[in-house]
Design a protein around this ligand. Structure first.
Ligand SMILES: Cc1cc2nc3c(=O)[nH]c(=O)nc-3n(C[C@H](O)[C@H](O)[C@H](O)COP(=O)(O)OP(=O)(O)OC[C@H]3O[C@@H](n4cnc5c(N)ncnc54)[C@H](O)[C@@H]3O)c2cc1C
Length: 466
């Protein structure tokens, strides 16, 4: 490559920043990142509560997040990691409202054995969080898999219920919507390499990671433009609300918004939806206890069918600092997107009623922060993801984002970094850099030429030219 290769990156979440960061290490690439919001970070976001930055988006860093840990190290942020001090995690898994810990859930031994047998091979294969095998579960949803494995037509007992509770508590889709292919890497990795109790978070807010990535990207002379909405593309020109931006390649690292993706991939049926959640930080007064335990870490609640339901709560006093002892971070699933309340004032009565049942001894003081995530976790279709994977690098288009793998910060970052690495390989083989000759060769050639000229000019003594 003799001139700079211009790369447009769409989306300033971890996937887009990861791609731009990787390209920033190579001076041959000139990157322009376009982000529709007025901030970068996407689903990584932290907000202040009593002087402490509290994550309201992605925050758990599992010990097996290889790429996340690598980037943290490169950015000098490893010292910001803190082990999650969640003392006890409680689960409600039946209508009685009773709480269980993972050890006390009475999973039937027969089901455990049957599931272990059925899971062994496909789960073993699902090692890559960013690119799990798409066919190993025959396109089954979680519910279909449990019912098939346990040979039942109706709900497949405690395992299915428990997975549903955990899934929704972590903002994932219900088990009847989430495909096993995308769930498998989590099962594998958290079984063998550490679950939430072995995990970390960034003590002063995970937003530090996108901010540090952005600093490296801009320091390398690349640009990050916010408030730029990409509406579609023609070849390697992105159409935006602020005019066209042209490059030699585009990394699409924005969420799958069907209209925009249809313009990028006109011949493919776009099949990816998202769950919708609120993250609400609520301030309570009174004793915030679960089953009499004030040192609880997190609680997960049995999902019902109400349009808006608190599905999990994190005790911020235990996670961050005792100063936040009266604050909870609530994950609230939105089941009916059209009718959900829009403002904190509208949410307050709904949540107060639910909180009164979950914490009878407390009074709701205020909703300190309310964040609506219209695209919380992707619900992708295997065939769609497979087709997009096969298009990687074709026509100068690259794709990244958590929807390509097991939805997580790790999948986002890893797909971004890999897209950039593939782009570098592709452009390095397509565009051979004009290699300049080494200095000593140039000097030598120059000396030979000069010598020839001098020989021609200098007439040796005796007047005879050799
Ligand atoms: C409440 C919540 C809790 C979570 N908890 C965890 C957790 O504990 N651990 C974990 O690993 N993961 C967690 N996640 C998931 C994790 O945050 C995401 O998987 C990851 O951040 C996704 O990164 P991304 O870059 O793929 O997408 P995003 O972060 O969504 O980035 C996409 C970016 O593209 C921009 N964009 C979209 N359309 C356009 C357009 N047309 N033009 C320009 N820009 C556009 C968006 O504004 C956004 O900034 C959580 C997510 C949420 C919401």
């Amino acid at each position: 490559m003799s001139t700079l290769y211009k790369v447009i990156v769409v989306g300033g979440g971890l996937a887009g920043l990861g791609a731009a960061y990787e390209l920033s290490k190579d001076k041959r690439y000139q990157v322009t990142l376009l982000e529709q919001r007025d901030r970068i970070g996407g689903r990584i976001h932290a907000l202040p509560i009593a002087g402490q930055m509290v994550d309201v988006g992605g925050f758990i860093v599992y010990p097996w997040y290889v790429e996340y840990h690598r980037i943290l190290k490169e950015l000098g942020l490893t010292n910001q990691l803190k082990k999650i001090p969640l003392q006890a995690i409680y689960y409600q898994i039946d209508q009685s409202g009773k709480y269980y810990t993972q050890r006390t859930i009475p999973f039937p031994k027969k089901d455990t054995a049957r599931l272990a047998l059925k899971l062994a091979v496909p789960v073993f294969q699902a090692r890559d969080v960013a690119a799990p095998p798409l066919h190993s579960f025959d396109y089954m949803t979680g519910s279909e898999f449990f019912r098939d494995a346990l040979n039942t037509k109706g709900p497949a007992g405690l395992y299915e219920t428990y997975t549903n509770v955990v899934n929704q508590g972590y903002c994932y889709p219900s088990v009847d919507r989430f495909k096993m292919a995308f769930m498998a890497p989590f099962i594998r990795m958290s079984q063998f390499q550490g679950d939430v109790s072995d995990s970390f978070f960034v003590r002063s807010g995970n937003q530090q990671v996108p901010q540090a990535l952005a600093a490296v990207i801009t320091k390398a002379g690349n640009s990050i433009r916010t408030n730029v909405i990409v509406t579609g593309c023609t070849s390697t020109t992105a159409h935006t609300n602020q005019g066209d931006v042209s490059g030699d390649a585009i990394v699409f690292a924005q969420n799958v918004e069907p209209n925009v993706y249809q313009s990028i991939l006109p011949d493919i049926k776009i099949k990816c939806g998202y769950t919708q959640y609120y993250s609400v930080i609520v301030e309570l007064s009174g004793s915030v206890a679960v089953q009499g335990d004030t040192h609880w870490g997190a609680a997960f609640y049995l999902p019902d069918q109400t349009p808006l339901q608190i599905v999990s709560a994190v005790n911020l006093g235990m996670l961050y600092t005792p100063k936040l002892a009266h604050y909870l971070n609530l994950n609230i699933v939105v089941r009916e997107a059209e009718t959900h309340p829009q403002t904190a004032d509208q949410l307050l009565p709904v949540l107060t009623t639910q909180l009164k049942k979950l914490f009878p001894d407390v009074t709701v003081r205020t909703l300190s922060q309310v964040v609506y995530w219209p695209m919380t976790m992707p619900i992708a279709d295997e065939a769609f993801v497979g087709t997009v994977r096969a298009r990687q690098g074709k026509l100068g288009h690259y794709f990244a984002g958590d929807w390509l793998g097991a939805p997580s910060m790790e999948a986002a970052l890893m797909t971004g970094v890999r897209a950039a690495q593939q782009l570098i390989v592709d452009t390095t083989t397509t565009y051979q850099p004009i290699k300049s000759e080494p200095l000593y060769t140039r000097l030598n050639n120059g000396y030979t030429k000069l010598n020839k000229r001098l020989k021609n000019k200098i007439t040796p003594v005796g007047g005879v030219r050799r």
